[in-house]
Design a protein around this ligand. Structure first.
Ligand SMILES: *[C@@H]1O[C@H](CO)[C@@H](O)[C@H](O)[C@H]1NC(C)=O
Ligand SMILES: *[C@@H]1O[C@H](CO)[C@@H](O)[C@H](O)[C@H]1NC(C)=O
Ligand SMILES: *[C@@H]1O[C@H](CO)[C@@H](O)[C@H](O)[C@H]1NC(C)=O
Ligand SMILES: *[C@@H]1O[C@H](CO)[C@@H](O)[C@H](O)[C@H]1NC(C)=O
Ligand SMILES: *[C@@H]1O[C@H](CO)[C@@H](O)[C@H](O)[C@H]1NC(C)=O
Ligand SMILES: *[C@@H]1O[C@H](CO)[C@@H](O)[C@H](O)[C@H]1NC(C)=O
Ligand SMILES: *[C@@H]1O[C@H](CO)[C@@H](O)[C@H](O)[C@H]1NC(C)=O
Length: 648
């Protein structure tokens, strides 16, 4: 019985969503102090797993949500509304981590910080429907409103005038709506009575919780009885045809009881309070859903799609089938020629690297003068070699190296390597569920743990013979000839950068802990931030100014992560402080991995576009309108891609 009630309750709650849309209409009513008495149903509403808008949510989450409602749905009504969020958050966490104890609430921790990550704009793009404020303002087109939406809308319109009228009116509305073919497609018409019964339940529960009813045990008893009856006839029915024959009598009886309620209770302000409480609960619920969406987005961003997993495996096996003379690249004499144009690309993603190389060469004026130095990890080494052996970038030269062969790069030399291997760092990354809310979920991405990500600080060691190197991230696409960058005079600076303070206000205080005296003393919080992704490095200046020493010093100072959290930009801001040369913005357009607002004009003018953010173009969650700027450099007909079922 209980379970059935719960299911019913959840179904009933579909009424609440439309109410949110009209918050502002009753927003003007004075709020009374006690929402407490509404706890009972409010909680049930909170847990309504309305996941239709949550594209990222797995379907089963709503069923998971159902189970714990029983704990929440009690006759007890003395709790505060705050509790709702807590409980539902905990319930939600069950979809992720089954074994959480009651005391902790890891998803809240996780998602709390995920919300701070909001700057990435993920929630904005994924969740306009879930946003609390957006939800309020958003009005669905008339055609998508369901009958109960219309009811709620009208009820709210009239609630200030007369509660009796509106409640009585409503059953009539249903009969009316049933006759509206444009608003009722086939399945809806088949469940008119089911809806009516469900709606009665909601109204009955409203009366159950109203204070005046509580003083009328007679009425309460009757109401309880009717609720039970209606719940029984309703059962798990979703269509009118599944209802027992007695349903009509029960419906009638309930209607009479509710009419009594209207007579007993004609104070509309209490109804308003009630609705407000429901709205509040719904908003809380939306907030929780939104957090969960954020969390799942982060998760998706970390998960490698099957095809991209398959590709290196296929390539690896093909590579080892070659004999060793076939495993070599031509033109290796060009690798150390300082008169050529050298690129540094550090990546574990074969497809992404292929796009970077292909797009660069496609726009290069003299492809034979361009040299790509790709460094990857042990796992992807053979695959990366195989790809570029099979897909020679025209006359350009390619070198593929394995970072583990850099013996000079070891923990005794590099503080960051030492820190990456330290127990405290591993703890920080992999023990997500701590009581400590200092959870920087964004940084729990394993990519921050990879030494590949930190190789950019060792360019002079990697390229001892070269003077200038262009560093490219693997999530960029090159759209112009980049040759002029090597002839640029950096005027004694070490790195050429595109600054990010103008439009997006990314200044130093965003990345560094200015509460720390070491940071506050040495840097300016208002200094302009800049971006990695496409940077020209003057390696001679680097060596002359002992930049590596500076970097190591700061990296040591940050052993306890008090100066900055993880990542390479904060240490970059510090290391190249006052040694950056600003490039024109059109060299490097950022944000295609999180910001749908990047203008087409800007993108088309850009020499390099950068999919920084979680929505990489090779992931499902990539922003569709930006995808083709990347995908047009992928040859989806290629046998390797077809074998792995990688499709546009
Ligand atoms: C309701 O909760 C209060 C305190 O949490 C408790 O004292 C009371 O016994 C509870 N009532 C019911 C009916 O569970
Ligand atoms: C995109 O533009 C909209 C409307 O101008 C704005 O609300 C939103 O915050 C912007 N998103 C990002 C990520 O800048
Ligand atoms: C709302 O009130 C107006 C005017 O009093 C009335 O014409 C209308 O039918 C009412 N609507 C509902 C849904 O009660
Ligand atoms: C780049 O990709 C295209 C297919 O998208 C292919 O035809 C071309 O040969 C590739 N160029 C290089 C240099 O790899
Ligand atoms: C570690 O690196 C330093 C300098 O980079 C080098 O002298 C030393 O031999 C390396 N140690 C090992 C064990 O490779
Ligand atoms: C910033 O530095 C202060 C002073 O050392 C420290 O107490 C605080 O925890 C740091 N903040 C973060 C977020 O690490
Ligand atoms: C760089 O270090 C070398 C030796 O370690 C030192 O002689 C030189 O003065 C340093 N240069 C600068 C600019 O600090």
């Amino acid at each position: 019985m209980v379970v059935r009630n719960l299911v019913l309750l959840m179904l009933c709650a579909t009424v609440v969503a439309p109410i949110v849309l009209y918050t502002h209409r009753i927003g003007t009513f004075k709020s009374a102090s006690s929402r407490n008495e509404y706890m009972e149903e409010v909680t049930a509403f909170t847990l309504n797993g309305d996941s239709r808008h949550l594209h990222v949510l797995p379907q089963e989450s709503s069923t998971n949500l159902k189970e714990p409602v029983g704990m929440v749905y009690t006759e007890n009504s003395t709790q505060e509304l705050k509790l709702i969020e807590h409980k539902s958050a905990r319930v939600l966490s069950a979809t992720v981590e089954e074994s959480q104890s009651g005391g902790e609430n890891p998803i809240t921790q996780v998602t709390d910080s995920a919300q701070k990550v909001d700057e990435n704009g993920i929630s904005k793009t994924l969740g306009s429907g879930q946003e609390t404020k957006g939800g309020r303002e958003r009005k669905p087109a008339e055609s998508e409103k369901e009958p109960n939406v219309i009811w709620s809308e009208r009820l709210l319109e009239n609630v200030s005038r007369n509660v009796d009228a509106s409640v009585e009116d409503h059953s009539g509305k249903f009969t009316l709506n049933r006759k509206h073919p444009e608003k009722q497609n086939e399945p809806m018409a088949q469940d008119a009575r089911v809806r009516q019964l469900k709606d009665q339940l909601i109204r009955a529960k409203v009366y159950m919780s109203l204070a005046a009813t509580k003083n009328n045990p007679h009425f309460i008893r009757e109401l309880r009885l009717r609720i039970k009856e209606v719940q029984r006839v309703l059962g798990a029915a979703t269509k009118d045809s599944e209802l027992p024959r007695s349903s009509y009598d029960k419906l009638k009886a309930m209607e009479q009881t509710l009419t009594k309620g209207v007579q007993i209770y004609d104070d509309c302000s209490a109804n308003v309070k009630k609705l407000r409480a429901m709205l509040h609960a719904t908003e809380e619920q939306i907030r929780v859903h939104r957090k969960q969406t954020m969390f799942l987005t982060q998760l998706t961003a970390k998960t490698i799609p099957k095809g991209l997993h398959c590709l290196p495996l296929q390539l690896t096996s093909k590579f080892y089938a070659l004999d060793s003379s076939q495993q070599q690249f031509p033109n290796q004499e060009k690798l150390e020629d300082p008169s050529l144009y050298h690129y540094a690309l550090f990546s574990d993603n074969v497809l992404a690297s292929a796009v970077v190389v292909n797009s660069t060469i496609r726009h290069a004026k003299d492809p034979e003068k361009h040299v790509f130095h790709i460094v990857t990890d042990r796992l992807n080494y053979a695959a990366m070699r195989m790809w570029f052996l099979e897909n020679r970038p025209g006359k350009a030269t390619v070198q593929v190296q394995n970072v583990e062969e850099f013996t000079w790069l070891n923990a005794s030399y590099s503080p960051v390597l030492k820190q990456l291997g330290s127990p405290s760092m591993i703890d920080y990354y992999f023990r997500a569920h701590r009581a400590n809310p200092d959870s920087n979920f964004k940084f729990r991405n394993p990519k921050y743990l990879s030494i590949l990500n930190h190789l950019r600080f060792y360019l002079p060691e990697i390229f001892p013979k070269l003077n200038k190197v262009l560093f490219l991230d693997d999530d960029v696409v090159v759209q112009k000839d980049l040759t002029p960058l090597w002839s640029l005079n950096l005027r004694g600076n070490v790195i050429g950068v595109v600054e990010t303070c103008g439009v997006s206000f990314h200044r130093f205080d965003r990345y560094l802990n200015f509460s720390h005296p070491l940071i506050a003393k040495n840097f300016s919080p208002r200094a302009c931030g800049w971006a990695y992704g496409m940077n020209i490095f003057d390696l001679n200046e680097w060596r002359r100014q002992n930049i590596t020493v500076i970097y190591h010093k700061w990296q040591e100072l940050n052993h306890d992560r008090l100066l900055w959290k993880l990542g390479t930009l904060p240490p970059g801001l510090i290391t190249y402080w006052k040694r950056t040369f600003p490039l024109d913005r059109s060299w490097h357009v950022l944000g295609l991995g999180y910001n749908p607002n990047v203008s087409q004009k800007e993108i088309e003018r850009a020499a390099v576009i950068h999919y920084n953010g979680n929505m990489k173009p090779w992931l499902e969650i990539g922003i569709p309108k930006f995808r083709n700027y990347w995908a047009k450099y992928v040859d989806y007909d290629h046998i390797f891609l077809r074998e792995c079922n990688i499709n546009p």
